[in-house]
Design a protein around this ligand. Structure first.
Ligand code: URA
Length: 200
């Protein structure tokens, strides 16, 4: 698919999210929906959990403290935010930053899969256990982080495609935890090599 075509499709998906077309209370109650943003041709697509206060205010993903850390890590591997695509499983802020509920995650899944299908990133990167568990319900982030795995993503028409994935600790969890931060930085540094392997 051409870049302009991909961008048009992503814009149409974002519009549905902005119009709060997902039938959950969060969609009605949040300040601003957060569809996600970045390069429609991104090789890397990052999936976080749900918008926080800053994201809700600005309608953009990862713009608070954990977003700053994510941008630093991207810079460390020679990338900018604009080079990748960043989104969340849940597109609307849960009140008081509580964890998203299973029915909220379920309601947001189809539109996330649509975004993945348009972008078709080389590597889908889960930021934290909530994001990983949507695709791999049985895995523990403490064991699965930093190891590339494959899954099948289901398209709206029911057919599937294979997708390389990488679970990482969530930047917010690692921000103030010295040992977790070290592990996250080490895992993040593996990304260029993994991309090389995938492209071979
Ligand atoms: N944490 C997330 O999981 N997503 C955001 O967009 C911001 C913080």
């Amino acid at each position: 698919m051409k870049l302009e075509q991909k961008q048009a499709k992503l814009n149409a998906i974002a519009k549905r999210i902005m119009n709060r077309e997902i039938d959950i209370d969060l969609a009605k109650d949040c300040l601003n929906p957060v569809p996600g943003e970045g390069n429609a041709n991104a090789e890397l697509m990052f999936i976080g959990e749900a918008p926080g206060a800053q994201e809700d205010k600005q309608g953009r993903p990862f713009v608070g403290a954990s977003g700053k850390f994510l941008a630093e890590m991207l810079e460390g591997i020679g990338l900018k935010r604009e080079d990748v695509f960043i989104t969340n499983i849940v597109k609307f802020r849960p009140p008081e930053n509580r964890d998203p509920k299973p029915d909220e995650i379920k309601a947001c899944m189809p539109i996330l899969f649509e975004q993945i299908e348009v972008i078709r990133p080389k590597l889908l990167i889960f930021l934290g256990r909530h994001s990983m568990n949507v695709f791999f319900p049985k895995l523990k982030i403490s064991e699965a982080h930093g190891e590339m795995i494959k899954t099948n993503v289901q398209k709206p028409d029911g057919s599937e495609f294979e997708q390389n994935c990488l679970p990482l600790y969530h930047p917010a969890a690692a921000l103030y935890n010295g040992s977790m931060r070290k592990v996250l930085l080490e895992d993040f540094a593996k990304i260029p090599k993994l991309l090389e392997i995938i492209k071979k």
